[in-house]
Design a binder for this molecule. Structure first.
Ligand SMILES: [Zn+2]
Length: 124
């Protein structure tokens, strides 16, 4: 069933009726979802991504939830306790546009990474 999404393309998400949604709730195909993520990475002061690991399970960088690479880790991973229960890992990433981000990741709470832009806001 080739349902047309709000972006104007056919739904290419297997087993999902809605594809991916952007911040305004529009449904997007895979290509448009990636385009949307990249635009946000370029413009936004904060960003939400997913941790990407290397073969040894170390944090290698960040990706979209569909697994498209968005940046590489630079420098060490620092592990601390956010509170008594939750372990917090912090590290920095250089994104695909060359900007640097401070990243916070809670390894016991899933794969997500909260990111705050440090410098290199835009590509000239
Ligand atoms: Zn599309």
């Amino acid at each position: 069933m080739a349902k047309v999404l709000d972006c104007g393309h056919a739904n290419d998400f297997e087993g999902s009726g809605v594809g991916c949604r952007d911040a305004r709730g529009r449904s997007l195909c895979r290509a448009c979802a990636l385009e949307n993520e990249r635009a946000a990475l370029k413009e936004d002061p904060t960003f939400f991504a997913y941790v990407r690991r290397d073969d040894r399970g170390e944090i290698a960088g960040i990706a979209t939830w569909l697994g498209a690479e968005l940046g590489e880790r630079i420098g060490p991973v620092t592990t601390s306790r956010a509170n008594i229960a939750r372990k917090l890992q912090t590290f920095r990433v250089r994104d695909i546009f060359g900007a640097t981000w401070a990243c916070r990741h809670w390894p016991d709470a899933g794969d997500y990474v909260r990111m705050t832009r440090v410098r290199g806001a835009r590509v000239a």
